[in-house]
Ligand binder design. Structure first.
Ligand code: FE2
Length: 116
């Protein structure tokens, strides 16, 4: 039986086009003093953004010290109109790590994570 983790790709699977969601953190610069976590797909080398081939969504999850997973948010991108990046305003101090995922309609789900 196939496991969910087998469909997630990382930087090791990258080809010429870039899919792995880059994670950037701006401490205490968000709304209500929260931290801003930026997810950017194709930061260095832009991923195609056409109806035929695009990043359809990105998601951010946080893992708490006790292992509990919090779905922090998900954003859908309109192909050809919206660049695949997003800002999430969250309290980073409540998490031990954050995990970002992105979905390309041709190349599947990609992941990146940061231990805090
Ligand atoms: Fe792709």
């Amino acid at each position: 039986m196939m496991k969910a983790c087998e469909i997630y790709k990382t930087g090791e699977n990258e080809g010429k086009e870039k899919h792995v969601p880059e994670i950037e953190i701006c401490k205490a610069e968000g709304k209500s003093g929260k931290d801003i976590v930026k997810i950017i797909v194709g930061k260095e080398i832009s991923h195609p953004n056409t109806v035929e081939h695009h990043i359809a969504w990105a998601q951010l999850m946080g893992v708490k010290e006790n292992g509990m997973v919090i779905d922090l948010g998900k954003i859908n991108f309109a192909p050809s109109f919206t660049e695949p990046s997003a800002d999430f305003h969250i309290p980073l101090s409540e998490f031990k790590s954050i995990i970002a995922t992105s979905y390309c309609n041709l190349h599947g789900i990609w992941e990146n994570s940061i231990d805090l």
